[in-house]
Design a protein around this ligand. Sequence first.
Ligand SMILES: Nc1nc2c(c(=O)[nH]1)N[C@H]1C(S)=C(S)[C@@H](COP(=O)(O)OP(=O)(O)OC[C@H]3O[C@@H](n4cnc5c(=O)[nH]c(N)nc54)[C@H](O)[C@@H]3O)O[C@H]1N2
Ligand SMILES: Nc1nc2c(c(=O)[nH]1)N[C@H]1C(S)=C(S)[C@@H](COP(=O)(O)OP(=O)(O)OC[C@H]3O[C@@H](n4cnc5c(=O)[nH]c(N)nc54)[C@H](O)[C@@H]3O)O[C@H]1N2
Ligand SMILES: [Mo]
Length: 557
Amino acid sequence: MEGVNSGAVSNQVSDVMNAEVVLLIGANPTSNHPVAATWIKNAAKRGTKLIVADPRRSDLARHAAYFLQFKPDTDVALLNAMMHTIVHEGLVNEDFIRTRTIGYDELKQNVEGYSPEAMAPVCGIPAATIKEVARLYAKSKGSMILWGMGISQHIHGTDNARCLIALCLMTGQIGRRGTGLHPLRGQNNVQGASDSGLIPMVFPDYQRVDNEQARARFEKLWGVTLDPKPGLTVVEIMDAVHEGKIRGMYIMGENPAMSDPDAHHARGALAKLDWLVVQEIFLTETCYHADVILPATAWPEKIGTVTNTDRMVQLGRQALDAPGEARPDLWIIQEIGRRIGLDWNYDGPREVFNEMRKAMPSIAGITWERLEQESCVTYPCEQEGDPGQPVVFIDKFPTPTGRAKFVPADIIPAAERPDGEFPFVLITGRQLEHWHTGAITRRASVLDAIEPDPVASVHPLDLDAIGAKPGDVITIESRRGIISLYARADDGTPRGAVFVPFCYYEAAANLLTNPALDPVGKIPEFKYCAVKMMRGGELTPRSSYGGGQALAALATA
Ligand SMILES: Nc1nc2c(c(=O)[nH]1)N[C@H]1C(S)=C(S)[C@@H](COP(=O)(O)OP(=O)(O)OC[C@H]3O[C@@H](n4cnc5c(=O)[nH]c(N)nc54)[C@H](O)[C@@H]3O)O[C@H]1N2
Ligand SMILES: Nc1nc2c(c(=O)[nH]1)N[C@H]1C(S)=C(S)[C@@H](COP(=O)(O)OP(=O)(O)OC[C@H]3O[C@@H](n4cnc5c(=O)[nH]c(N)nc54)[C@H](O)[C@@H]3O)O[C@H]1N2
Ligand SMILES: [Mo]
């Protein structure tokens, strides 16, 4: 059971109700995971002590016992200082460390250099506060950690996560109700996509492609020879196009012309391709570069399963007819497969799901019939009838030794720090009303009416410093690009920083961002680059959709 790999989600979000302490770091659930936010607020109301740590104050800070508005990019400093306190005050769980982990001595030695007193000026949180939250987390009967992209999207994102894991391991705050680690998942099916092998270095259930045994198993299952070489990740793919190593691309349900960092570079790659196919439900900025566009059906127009952040598999059913010539993604993929000579003849999503059960021990016990009856089924679920396991890692971890490893982390600064010429930090992310690149939500009249125009959130004192007032047009420039958009006063944004959502084509945040990657996770540094900010500028004309246009069209219709 516990040998089954399920990513790192050890406990479901609703488990915050069983936690005495919840540490939420680098995530803004009120905007991005509203259902999770509701669980967290309800838990806080019932007495769970909420610690919110984020350079930007979000709505959940109002519900927090402690809100740590630490300096952007200083997670390792803050977390190492918490661990220093836990070590020095004898709050570690020695029994857990001895029986369930390896590498503690190295970690202990490493955090020695990170006293709260030394780290306070680095991260901007007083030493006494760091100690209080460290004690609170370590001593409680159950402490849970939830995190988001504020942790991951740095060149040291893996180190940030390693610190959270170490914090949890040294205190034994995992393997029970109301404890553990929950990296809040993004898209409705990003967990399911990862589980089923949509990662360039793994097969289903996270079996490495370069692991001979794993490869042999899948070669037998599929009756083909498989490539042992890990593939490229998103940003690496665009680099490979510029290097002339990739000449054709097939993109399905992704809008990299807007979502990749350094958009000029990414769009340049799309334009350079000999052949680009985009399978989409809308005519996106990526489609502008396509040779062929394959119209797909949207979520309510087809049948299929998704897996949410809580490791719950659920079945979506068709509620609407597909428009025009749109076809389900599965139909399109299967037809392409057949026309290049593959013998694919799945009789629909159910048959594909049954093959997934054969490929993935973690969901082997989930039947299609059960999904038709129950709203969702939690995995690991290895045998039919198994209720599923809401809490994993109860008595071992999914590693060869069954133990978890401490990995010490040191401070690595962001790839591009502010300087005299580019004095502000650009933080990019999301807002409630829009989804990523705006492809869907800017076409939704109500959402588009609420947030029609590109905005930058800036601290009122910084707005003052550049001579701008709320509602003025301001211009933000980085070493890679320049955008003009409306200024919004927001005293939750720290001084010296500006927050820009990446959904607006007219002022695309990713024209500015730095494509530097975390060497392990290969995630770009979307949360930190250097920019300058000036009052004034030319607003780019609105795109073919968005900017209140969907609503205006409705009014005149
Ligand atoms: N409405 C809406 N909901 C969404 C999405 C959407 O586009 N719109 N997208 C979905 C997807 S795919 C994802 S991945 C999730 C993302 O969900 P979140 O991770 O909550 O979203 P972000 O807005 O990217 O950033 C999270 C937080 O990181 C903080 N941050 C910035 N710099 C740092 C730092 O140095 N350290 C720390 N610790 N924090 C920092 C920001 O202030 C912000 O509050 O949302 C999902 N939900
Ligand atoms: N600056 C900045 N950039 C970021 C981030 C950030 O925080 N800051 N976050 C990053 C993260 S975490 C993520 S997840 C990415 C998201 O980046 P993308 O995945 O590129 O963004 P989306 O807008 O969600 O694009 C999904 C596309 O799929 C299409 N689509 C929807 N449903 C279907 C379907 O059923 N079939 C098909 N074929 N197509 C469909 C939509 O129309 C849309 O164009 O952005 C990343 N980029
Ligand atoms: Mo995401």
